[in-house]
Design a protein around this ligand. Structure first.
Ligand code: DGJ
Length: 735
């Protein structure tokens, strides 16, 4: 009986232009994409299609690549399937499981088969780019798979480009960034669910036969209910220091979708990409549909190593000004809300100086005249200073900051509009809103239609005007508080299926212009807390706001979650009055694990509390090589104990800092020593508790003593106590 495999082979052979010399001679075409620790191996099969043959720890011997087989993962029963792991599986092929690409061609045919054409490899910043060109043999459709492997960081970034030369547009119904396969005994997914004030909550589940989908349909503020990253443990649920784990994240600020499918023979496929929900994309001939980048690492020592690799990658290649320093700041949102004037702000700037931070950040509520922004009901879109509140405008605020000796930053939310605004009155057609249905609002606002180039000009103009008129403005907090409601674009007309995608691309076009014209202005990405947290947006932003929940207990969990994928210098954390049952020291210590800021009225603080905060700012600046730019070790998980501990070690291993928290220990609970990590075993370290409240003495048993790194990593330190809500910061300095 003729097998399905030989049927495929002869079908491919029919197409002379795709029958390469390789297929005729039996010569094998293996494409190796390697980091120092990981190999992703692809091979052109005998049918001239492209298959993944391996993804795992780097193989020592090149010759072993030939022992990998394109069909090794196929079902034994060929009548069910003779498939291999097609690198970018397409709809209508013989695979029967979830594809990466779905195209309806202009003649209505819904199948696509991609054959290998050629491939190239070349060095790029930090790594090697592999480009693999594939083409359908019956339709003029091209797909290019791109992979950048970063050897030192053990990170691979991958995306796809889709184009065609058909006479009429084709419809894209699926357009994943990539496809990865695994063949392991078990698959345990850790997802990061979220909501306002509840970001990055981690939970794990075992994947069984069938599909598990994590997706979002919010449009903008798109990561409000779940974040664009995940982890998969292959030896059981992910662990911090053991086991093989895949950690992946999608660089896309809009609707995303991760599909995890376990098939009939127990293989797992992972398909990351834009969520095609309500987004059948009409692609014109000659246009290239470029998918977002999927960034992943495979760690063989648990999530801790994976996080450190991602942090290194982010600081070098992922984050705006990833190598640069970050400014500490005093923000006024939690303190004043929209209730302020020029004099109040000038006083706060003096307080910022007294505190020792670098900058004062003015939040929401500074704009609108016909519809002044007194709360979230009006004014959004009218980016002119409210005259009776701020008679001297931004210029006077920049000057007041300058007089006080701090920099000045400002909040904007330029993608949005309140219906009660002059902008909406002038340009109702710039808004995403249904023409023939009742409008529903989220936070009393609507989303501007960024697929429209005129709207892009307007949004760029918001930043451009502020900076042209006030070159002294040193920082932006760019907020986005609403999902897309009432999805309909007057601009897109009959191309409504493209709105979710083109809207996000429109935002990137604006951000490109901002970055080109103002490359050195740092910006905080904010979305009603942490609903925007992806590496495409972070090409334009130096940091993101993790959550409006600044209760330090909650923040320990939130920061724990985000730290899986982002270095602390990308994560903004502010000391506020939230949860006053915790001390100012506790609140400050938690925020000091990230990019430190304050959002609190300093006049409300006791003298010793203010003195503590001032000291903390100075210490945070001193500790930057470890906390901002070093290696992070999550030592004790708040998910697994009544405590938490995180350690940061500078790259030279000459200094480290441990943040230890007692959350809610039981009465006379057994306290375990905290074993440190990442130190030089041969070095001796002076161990010292720092950041004590004025007048208090350290009760830390190992205070002011010296130990070898070996001892500290094997025996540990007694960092915990049985108190509730208490914190300790312990510094280690090599002698
Ligand atoms: C939501 C943000 O997360 C807050 O920090 C604050 O900027 C408000 N928006 C202002 O409206």
């Amino acid at each position: 009986m003729k097998s399905l495999f030989s049927a495929i082979l002869s079908a491919a052979a029919l197409s002379a232009s795709f029958t390469t010399a390789q297929a005729q001679t039996g010569e094998r075409n293996i494409i190796r994409i390697s980091t120092d620790n990981t190999d992703l191996v692809l091979e052109v099969g005998p049918n001239n299609r492209l298959y993944q043959t391996y993804l795992g720890p780097r193989l020592m011997f090149e010759s072993d690549l030939h022992n990998l087989s394109w069909s090794q993962h196929a079902a034994s029963d060929v009548s069910v399937s003779a498939r291999g792991w097609e690198a970018y599986s397409t709809s209508g092929n013989e695979d029967f499981f979830e594809p990466a690409l779905g195209i309806t061609h202009s003649d209505g045919n819904m199948t696509t088969y991609l054959y290998y054409v050629d491939s190239t490899q070349k060095p790029v910043d930090g790594g090697t780019l592999t480009r693999i060109n594939l083409r359908d043999d019956r339709y003029p459709v091209d797909v290019t798979l791109n992979y950048v492997a970063y050897p030192k960081e053990n990170v691979i970034k991958t995306w796809s480009e889709i184009s065609h030369r058909e006479k009429k547009p084709v419809s894209l119904s699926q357009y994943a960034s990539a496809m990865l396969y695994f063949n392991e005994p078990e698959y345990w997914l850790t997802e990061f669910s979220s909501d306002w004030a509840k970001e990055a909550m981690m939970s794990s589940q075992k994947l069984q036969f069938g599909k598990k989908v994590i997706d979002t349909k919010l449009g903008s503020r798109a990561a409000m209910h779940t974040h664009p990253f995940f982890e998969i443990g292959f030896d059981g649920p992910v662990e911090e220091n053991n086991g093989k784990v895949l950690m992946g994240t999608l660089g896309w600020t809009g609707n995303f979708r991760f599909t995890f499918e376990v098939d009939n023979v127990g293989n797992l496929r992972v398909i990351p990409g834009i969520n095609p929900y309500a987004s059948i994309y009409q692609l014109k001939a000659g246009d290239v549909f470029t998918t977002p980048e999927f960034i992943f690492t495979l760690s063989y020592d648990g999530t801790g190593q994976g996080s450190r690799d991602l942090h290194d990658w982010a600081r070098r290649y992922g984050l705006k000004d990833g190598q640069g320093e970050r400014m500490t700041l005093l923000n006024n949102w939690e303190n004043t809300g929209c209730d302020f004037n020029q004099d109040i702000l000038a006083e706060l700037m003096k307080e910022a100086k007294h505190l020792g931070v670098d900058m004062f950040l003015l939040d929401d509520g500074w704009f609108g005249n016909k519809y002044p922004r007194k709360d979230d009901h009006a004014g959004l879109g009218d980016w002119e200073e409210t005259r009776d509140k701020l008679p001297g405008g931004i210029a006077a605020l920049v000057k007041a900051a300058d007089d006080a000796g701090v920099k000045f930053g400002i909040w904007i939310e330029p993608e949005m509009v309140n219906p009660r605004s002059e902008l909406y009155e002038k340009h109702p057609d710039w808004v995403i809103e249904q023409p023939n249905r009742d409008t529903y609002y989220y936070r009393n606002q609507l989303v501007l239609d960024l697929s429209n180039p005129k709207v892009q000009d307007h949004v760029f103009g918001v930043v451009d005007r502020i900076l042209t008129e006030n070159p002294g403005v040193a920082y932006f907090k760019w907020d986005c508080n609403s999902p897309i409601t009432n999805i309909y674009s007057p601009y897109a007309k009959d191309r409504q299926g493209q709105l979710y995608v083109d809207h996000i691309r429109g935002i990137y076009k604006v951000l490109d212009r901002v970055k080109d014209k103002y490359p050195d202005v740092p910006m905080m990405l904010c979305s009603g807390g942490g609903a925007r947290c992806d590496y495409e947006a972070l090409k334009y932003f130096t940091e993101f706001w993790c959550s409006d929940n600044t209760d330090p207990i909650e923040r320990i969990y939130i920061q724990w979650g985000f730290s899986q994928f982002f270095p602390s210098k990308a994560m903004a954390a502010h000391v506020t009055n939230s949860n006053k049952s915790t001390s100012v020291k506790f609140r400050t210590d938690v925020a000091a694990m990230c990019k430190l800021g304050f959002d609190i009225g300093l006049k409300e603080l006791q003298d010793d509390e203010l003195a503590y905060c001032r000291k903390a700012v100075a210490e945070w600046k001193r500790l930057q090589p470890a906390v901002m730019d070093g290696d992070m070790f999550r030592l004790v998980s708040p998910y697994k104990s009544n405590h938490a501990a995180v350690e940061y070690v500078d790259k030279s291993k000459s200094s480290a800092v441990v943040f230890a928290y007692d959350l809610a220990p039981r009465f006379q609970e057994k306290l375990n020593a905290v074993k440190l990590q990442g130190l030089d075993p041969d070095k001796r370290y002076l161990v010292k508790e720092i950041c004590l409240m004025p007048g208090s003495e350290s009760l830390f048993p190992q205070d002011n003593k010296t130990y070898t790194g070996d001892y500290l990593m094997k025996v540990g330190i007694d960092a915990f106590t049985c108190s509730h809500n208490s914190s300790r910061i312990i510094e280690l300095k090599s002698l």
